[in-house]
Design a protein around this ligand. Structure first.
Ligand SMILES: [Zn+2]
Ligand SMILES: [Zn+2]
Length: 153
């Protein structure tokens, strides 16, 4: 049986753990990837909880699977960092930028690049507040423009 003193120690450790988490980089609540600040999305649930997500694509996958639980999705303007509702964003689909992957291509032991067959964050979906910024991004990185409210899975 645990004494009161033991419980105090447990509480202290729990608090230390919480504080340590606060200092570490934000992680996607859906897929556990580190979140790049210019890609952060938020899945707002019907019960009011807010799940930080690594990108609009990951948030949309979550909405597809849990449609009744998700009230709305907020995204970040890749060009300026402001937050906006997903329905108001111009989305660039499938550019050459995949911030969520964040690592060099996988290679097998002989050095041959391995092709990724499926990744929940690919093709990337990058949000912009302004159409002009989205079109400029496409000029540099390719992809197709999805106007506001055209965001599907
Ligand atoms: Zn994610
Ligand atoms: Zn992602």
């Amino acid at each position: 049986m645990r004494s009161v003193a033991d419980r105090k120690w447990l509480l202290a450790f729990a608090l230390a753990g919480l504080l340590a988490c606060r200092n570490s980089p934000a992680v996607c609540a859906i897929c556990d990837r580190p979140i790049h600040p210019e890609m952060i999305s938020t899945v707002v649930l019907a019960d009011g909880r807010r799940l930080p997500a690594c990108c609009p694509r990951c948030a949309l996958h979550h909405r597809d699977l849990h449609a009744t639980e998700v009230r709305r999705i907020e995204v970040t303007d890749h060009a300026g960092g402001v937050r906006l509702p997903l329905e108001d964003a111009f989305l660039v689909d499938g550019s050459d930028q995949t911030p969520c992957l964040g690592h060099a291509p996988n290679v097998d032991p002989s050095g041959v690049a391995l092709h990724t067959c499926y990744d929940r964050c690919v093709p990337s979906l990058i949000a912009f507040k302004d159409e002009a910024a989205a079109r400029a991004f496409i000029g540099d990185h390719g992809g197709t423009l999805r106007p506001p409210s055209a965001a599907g899975p």
